[in-house]
Design a protein around this ligand. Structure first.
Ligand code: ATP
Length: 200
């Protein structure tokens, strides 16, 4: 199965772009959503989180105690790396399982991941797309969507790998600003992927 990774900074519009691919019938693996799900359902991962970050990582009802984990990993690179080292391999396993059960008649699949390049998960893909948008537009979009202050969004944006760094690793680009149509750009890439997938 030909696999396309898609990423972009917070508010770049990667999920919005994925919706267009979905309309074209392309199955999408949303790595960030799956990561949240398996932090509760993957027993091996749950045990790893508890042994690293303590019993209080989960509520008595078995829900993830996000506040507890956030208080440990926020602004602490080493602790964040520990969490990522537990979660990323589990997401990789979930992705492999998902690829196996996808309808094999689809021409290709997409993997959406905020940390596609940082987590090395692009290495499990045959090609990659970076969705970009101007800083101020990303800021405005996330403030509107999440009802965050500019400072809250900036703190998150400034923590991420820059678009310049990501661009060095990406194969394809979608510019999601107010001038360029994402639908046209998706259609252009879709045609290229159909050709690449046939030759795969
Ligand atoms: P995150 O990393 O935070 O999940 P994202 O990259 O997946 O963000 P989206 O959620 O797709 O970004 O988009 C952020 C917000 O901007 C959403 O509310 C979305 O509806 C809006 N948005 C994205 N692209 C466009 C566009 N081309 N026109 C109008 N609104 C857009």
């Amino acid at each position: 199965m030909y696999k396309v990774g898609i990423t972009g900074g917070i508010g770049s519009g990667k999920t919005t772009v994925c919706k267009v691919f979905e309309v074209l019938g392309i199955p999408i693996f949303y790595a960030d959503t799956v990561a949240k799900e398996i932090m509760v359902s993957d027993q091996l991962l749950v045990e790893g989180i508890i042994s690293t970050f303590g019993e209080e990582s989960y509520t008595l009802e078995g829900e993830l105690n996000k506040k507890h984990l956030a208080s440990i990993v926020f602004n602490n690179e080493a602790e964040l790396a520990k969490l990522n080292n537990l979660v990323h391999p589990a997401v990789f396993r979930a992705f492999e399982g998902w690829v196996k059960q996808v309808d094999q008649k689809v021409p290709y699949i997409l993997k959406e991941a905020a940390l596609l390049f940082e987590s090395d998960s692009y290495k499990m893909c045959d090609t990659s797309i970076l969705v970009t948008a101007p800083y101020d537009l990303k800021l405005a979009r996330v403030m509107q969507r999440d009802q965050f202050s500019a400072d809250q969004v900036k703190a998150r944006m400034d923590k991420q790998m820059s678009d310049e760094e990501k661009a060095k690793m990406a194969d394809h680009f979608i510019v999601n600003d107010e001038k360029n149509s994402i639908i046209e750009q998706v259609l252009t890439l879709h045609k290229q992927f159909l050709v690449a997938a046939k030759a795969y």
